[in-house]
Structures are given as structure tokens and as C-alpha cells.
Write a protein that binds this ligand. Structure first.
Ligand SMILES: Cc1cc2nc3c(=O)[nH]c(=O)nc-3n(C[C@H](O)[C@H](O)[C@H](O)COP(=O)(O)OP(=O)(O)OC[C@H]3O[C@@H](n4cnc5c(N)ncnc54)[C@H](O)[C@@H]3O)c2cc1C
Length: 407
């Protein structure tokens, strides 16, 4: 059985492990952290992503932990006016899968449960990939264990799913490190039952203000409310520690000048949950070609390949789509392995780059000021649903094929 070594056990790495096993490959996954886990925040998953999870038999586990909001509402942050709406409840009929919102830890856990116990998958914690070299037939990988010991491993393929500051990518592409995008994300999760009734919500709401926006949506069948506020600003110097607890007062100052319901929500959230955390957003230019996703026997997936701004809510989604495409490519038994990876990259890079570009553009539109803001608001009021729906995104993307054999 051919072997794939995956560096990184985030949502992308676990999806890739599942996909590779279903393609008939033996998987060794190495995660740097001492335990598997995800930060306490939510992700939105479009029908393009839910379709992949369903094809992997994860529709049931997803339904058990996710929320399926039936409306997206866009409101002006300064005055609270409704600018536009999208009927998310129609998505299952329109796109063949629903629009879901899910706690990251729950999504991560359901992927982990799916790969744990597969005889073809071996999971290793506390192993950081340090280096790799490849020749025509294999990849040699050097890992460092938490106790400092060095581990040398060979594999037929190396997949870098090691996130924004990917070591695999750094060795593959001579380029600068990720840069601060100039935006900061404040995130919090609140128990809805602890919020005042007027602030509870079962829909996706996006509040647009000058140089900022706020998004909130339900998680865990509506038990929790995920709130993200994004504004312009520079991160602290120490980028390694990019997940900071912050005082609510900091965010309240950013949102001074927005309407009362939004300010009330920001004030109420810390007491109904674990408080606010700050994430400086980091960025790269969109992918420019397939060589940025695969060379020879080494490939990249998820944030390692295409970190993106969160304004289209598709970063984890594109990692899952990458994994679905990887499954198709790895399953092509009659084709040489480097060509399979090349096909994976060829089939993915343009869509990933389009999503990266679209997310950037959304950021400018969301945070618009002056005449652009007035034009945006007028267009949303006039065209609402037509502007907010994105058939190219929700209808597109790969669907993983059935498993090659029992993985
Ligand atoms: C504010 C915000 C909101 C977002 N909202 C959404 C959303 O609504 N929908 C959506 O789809 N996406 C969203 N995203 C994007 C999404 O979070 C990411 O795109 C996604 O988590 C990337 O997954 P990944 O597995 O590629 O990388 P990561 O989650 O970064 O995982 C990488 C893993 O690799 C490990 N690792 C790192 N280096 C090494 C090494 N050398 N060796 C071994 N292991 C290593 C890390 O410990 C980690 O476990 C959002 C992002 C932000 C910042």
C-alpha cells in the first residue's frame, strides 16, 4: 500500500487523512501539539463543504453538533438598519446540501473520530516536522519530538497541512513569511441562555460598519452564539502568540459609534461565555499557479497552501475541498504519483485563488467608508439576495468519490 505522511492535525490534516485512507493509502499523521484540539470559536460551512462531509459519511455526526441557520441578514452597524437578506433555508434544495455553522472543536472531533480506529491511519502527537528532502521515489522527513529526540521517516508522499506558518511550504517555495493583513479579529462564544432574550439569535447576522464588521451565528443546535468582530489595526510585535485574551473595554472602544443593540451584545458576551480573544489576521498573496500546491512528491493543503482572510468564511472549507480532490488524485492507481499530485494542484489552485481574491475584495466592501459605503448599502437594499448568494462557490468544488476499498 502506498504511504502518505501528513504534517499537521488541524481540520485540513484530519480531512486529508480520512481522504487518503479512503483512496487506499496508508497514512501517518504527525501533529506538533501534545494533544489534538481546536480553538474555542465557530466556523461557517457552505453547502460546497457540507457536501464533502456527507460524501464521507459524516452527515449524521455533523447534524448532531451543528446548527443550520435559515437566514443570513446584513445590517448597518451604525444604525442597525437591515440592508439585505439571504434565505439559507433554501440552500438544501438549491445546492443539494445545507448551510451549517459548527464549533471548531466539534468539527475537529468528528473528523478525528472518523480517522481514529481506521487501520490505515496512524496518528502521532508531539512530533514537529523540521525538514524534508525528496528524490524521485521518496521523501525523507526529519521530525522533532517534544522531548527533543529526532525521528527520521521515509514516505512515498509528504503533505504539508501545517497551517499558516508551514515548514513544508517554507522548504518548497522560496518566499517571504506571512504578513499581518492589517486587520484584527476579536472572537467570543457565549451561552445563549445567559444572554438577554433580545440578544439571542438563531440566524447568521453580519453588521457592516466603517473599517469594521461583526458576524454572529449559532452553534451546537443554537445553544451557543459565536461572535467575531473584525476591525483595522496592527498586531502586537510577538506574532507567535497570536491568540490573546483581551479586555472587553478594548473592543467596546473599537465599536463606539455603532448602534445600541450591537454595543449591548459586545458588553453582554463576556459574562455569558469565556470572554473575548484577539487574533491578528495574517495573509499571503493569492496562489499564482499549481507549483505552489505540489512539486514532485510533496503537496500542500489548507492554510499551508492558501491562507485567506476570513471574509468569505471558507478557509477551513477550502481545506476540506482540497482533501476531497486529493482523494480523487491519490486514487488514480494507474498514474505515476508525481502526476497524481500535479493533477491535485491543477484542479485546486484556481478555485482556491479565486476564493482568496474574493475574500480580500469582501473585506474592502464590508469595511467601506464614504461614497463606496453608500453605494454598497443601496446595492444591498436593491439586489439583496442576488448579491449575497454565490452559486459559483456553493455549487462548485469537488465531491469525494466512494472509498477505493474499506480504509
Ligand atoms: C477569525 C477567523 C474566522 C474564520 N472563519 C471561518 C469560517 O467561518 N469558515 C471557514 O471555513 N474558515 C474560517 N476560518 C479559516 C479557518 O480557520 C482556517 O482556514 C482553517 O482552520 C485552516 O485549517 P488547516 O488545517 O489548514 O490549518 P491549521 O488549523 O492551522 O492546522 C495546522 C496544524 O498543523 C500543526 N503544525 C504546525 N506546524 C507543524 C509542524 N512543523 N509539524 C507538525 N504539525 C504542525 C498545528 O499545530 C495545527 O494543528 C476563519 C479564520 C479566522 C482567523
Amino acid at each position: 500500500m502506498p504511504q502518505i505522511l501528513i504534517a499537521g492535525g488541524g481540520i485540513g490534516g484530519l480531512a486529508a487523512a480520512l481522504a487518503s485512507a479512503r483512496a487506499g493509502w496508508e497514512v501517518r499523521l504527525y501533529e506538533r501539539a501534545g494533544s489534538f484540539g481546536e480553538v474555542g470559536a465557530g466556523v461557517q460551512l457552505g453547502p460546497n463543504v457540507v457536501r464533502c462531509l456527507e460524501a464521507w459519511g459524516l452527515g449524521g455526526p455533523l447534524r448532531a453538533v451543528a446548527s443550520f441557520p435559515d437566514r443570513l441578514q446584513v445590517r448597518g452597524a451604525p444604525d442597525g438598519r437591515v440592508l439585505g437578506e439571504l434565505d439559507l433555508g433554501a440552500f438544501a434544495g438549491r445546492y443539494g446540501a445545507a448551510y451549517a455553522t459548527v464549533h471548531r472543536a466539534d468539527l475537529h472531533a468528528l473528523l478525528l473520530a472518523a480517522v481514529r480506529g481506521l487501520p490505515a491511519v496512524r496518528l502521532h502527537l508531539d512530533h514537529a516536522l523540521a525538514q524534508h528532502t525528496q528524490d524521485r521515489s521518496s521523501v525523507a522527513v526529519r521530525l522533532l519530538r517534544g522531548d527533543g529526540a529526532e525521528v527520521l521517516v521515509e514516505s512515498d508522499v509528504l503533505l504539508g497541512a501545517d497551517g499558516l506558518r508551514s515548514r513544508v511550504r517554507a522548504a518548497l517555495l522560496a518566499e517571504a513569511a506571512v504578513r499581518p493583513a492589517g486587520h484584527l479579529a476579536y472572537r467570543a462564544v457565549a451561552h445563549q441562555r445567559l444572554l438577554p432574550a433580545a440578544l439571542r439569535s438563531q440566524q447568521v447576522t453580519v453588521w457592516l460598519g466603517p473599517r469594521l464588521h461583526v458576524v454572529h451565528y449559532p452553534l451546537r443546535g443554537g445553544e451557543l452564539l459565536n461572535v467575531v468582530a473584525i476591525c483595522h489595526g496592527q498586531p502586537p510585535q510577538d506574532l507567535e502568540h497570536w491568540d490573546h485574551a483581551i479586555h472587553a473595554a478594548e473592543l467596546q472602544a473599537v465599536l463606539a459609534g455603532t448602534c445600541a443593540p450591537l454595543q449591548e451584545l459586545v458588553r453582554a458576551v463576556p459574562e455569558a461565555g469565556d470572554g473575548w480573544r484577539l487574533w491578528p489576521l495574517l495573509d499571503r498573496a493569492p496562489l499564482a499557479g499549481p507549483r505552489e500546491m505540489a512539486q514532485g512528491l510533496v503537496a500542500l493543503l489548507g492554510d499551508a497552501a492558501h491562507p485567506m482572510r476570513p471574509y468569505l468564511a471558507q478557509g477551513a472549507g477550502m481545506a476540506i475541498e482540497d482533501a476531497a480532490e486529493l482523494q480523487r488524485a491519490l486514487a488514480m492507481d494507474a498514474v505515476e504519483v508525481p502526476l497524481r499530485l500535479r493533477r491535485y494542484a491543477l484542479n485546486r489552485w484556481q478555485r482556491d485563488a479565486r476564493v482568496q481574491r474574493h475574500a480580500r475584495r469582501n473585506g474592502s466592501i464590508f469595511h467601506a467608508t464614504g461614497p463606496l459605503r453608500l453605494a454598497r448599502d443601496a446595492a444591498l437594499r436593491l439586489l439583496g439576495e442576488r448579491l449575497l448568494d454565490m452559486p459559483w462557490l456553493y455549487r462548485g468544488g469537488p465531491v469525494p468519490p466512494p472509498a477505493a476499498s474499506q480504509p
